[in-house]
Design a protein around this ligand. Structure first.
Ligand SMILES: Cc1ncc(C[n+]2csc(CCOP(=O)(O)OP(=O)(O)O)c2C)c(N)n1
Ligand code: SF4
Ligand SMILES: [Mg+2]
Length: 307
């Protein structure tokens, strides 16, 4: 059932005064996730731009408790908080949210996350993916897409295809996995609500595409448009995986039909990080998107959900 805007909570858990750049995707993602999870949430957050969201100099705009931890320890900290809540009999009432960047998820945090997922520790792990190490000045990460230029890639851009973290997490057999984009806040809200409902069933993993105007190289006013284009081109499919079963989310369903997908060229052309891309690289992007959807379609067919 699709929620009406009037049914969404007005309460905000992040007030004004963050130190994020204007147009940053992180704050939107955070606001909508916390609207869904509510005030009884404890956050663990490793070094990242999300830490900057927590404020400076003794002031914080956050209205829920957030613990800022070492890069590699976000999942271990969340596991510890969740075990302590269980010991106090508060684990049903209070939810633990590990909130990390792509560097803190795909690369530096992966070991702790994998361990917690395998043990069945009880928390939501959200990766707000802006496809590079933005807080320290745009270094490439395992989530940086093919061809994107960062301060640590060759002049022609990244030569490797990004790591498929969603498949890696699926291989852990999690109860709930979902993708979101800041262009679709209602979808973020609904998915975090669902992850909350899976409380007690191990790690729930959600990945949100969040744009970064300085890191991607576009005007800050275009932040939402940029992530919407990622969804509409089929580059960023919105889906859920509940106990292994795949469902393509409503905003992405139409892109099962290749004809409906918008040209990826328009998405790439709007961002400086892809400036000067060759036809060969654009062809590889098209192939990447086709392969992504072919895999999803194949899985739906095996489930009996597609003719
Ligand atoms: C072990 C360790 N290595 C490096 C750093 C420096 N550092 C702080 S934030 C950051 C970038 C984080 O990137 P990401 O996780 O993608 O989050 P983003 O800033 O993009 O939101 C780095 C490299 C650190 N704090 N700790
Ligand atoms: S550098 Fe990018 S991710 Fe970091 S605060 Fe600015 S816009 Fe957000
Ligand atoms: Mg990042």
């Amino acid at each position: 059932m699709v929620l009406k805007i009037s049914e969404l909570p007005e309460e905000e858990y992040i007030q004004s005064g963050t130190r994020l750049c204007s147009g940053c995707g992180i704050q939107l993602a955070y606001r909508w996730a916390l609207k869904a999870l509510g005030p009884k949430t404890i956050i663990t957050n490793p070094a990242s731009c999300s830490t900057v969201c927590g404020g400076v100099g003794g002031y914080t705009p956050m209205k829920v408790p957030a613990f800022y931890c070492c890069f590699e320890t976000v999942a271990a900290n969340a596991a510890g908080a969740s075990a302590a809540l269980k010991a106090q009999g508060k684990d049903k009432e209070i939810v633990v949210l590990a909130w990390a960047g792509d560097g803190g998820t795909y690369d530096i945090g992966i070991q702790g996350l994998s361990g917690a997922a395998e043990r069945g520790d009880n928390f939501i792990f959200a990766c707000v993916n802006n496809e590079a190490y933005m807080n320290t000045g745009i270094q490439r990460s395992g989530a940086t897409p093919f061809g994107a230029k960062t301060t640590t890639t060759p002049i022609k851009g990244k030569v490797q295809v990004k790591k498929n973290m969603l498949k890696i997490m699926a291989a852990h057999g999690l109860s709930y996995i979902a993708t979101c984009s800041i262009s679709h806040p209602r979808d973020i809200y609904e998915k975090f609500k669902k992850a909350r409902e899976y409380n007690g069933q191990g790690v729930r993993y959600i990945e949100i595409l969040g744009s970064c105007p300085p890191g991607w190289g576009f005007p800050m006013s275009d932040s939402i448009q940029m992530t919407r284009m990622a969804v509409e081109s089929g580059y960023w499919p919105l889906f859920e995986r509940e106990n292994g079963k795949l469902t393509i989310s409503q905003p992405s369903k139409r892109y099962l039909n290749k004809e409906k997908r918008k040209d990826i060229r328009d998405y790439l052309a709007k961002q400086n990080r892809f400036k000067g891309m060759s036809e060969e690289i654009i062809g590889q992007w098209n192939q990447y998107i086709d392969d992504l959807w072919a895999e999803l379609e194949n899985e739906l067919r095996l489930q009996g959900d597609l003719e």
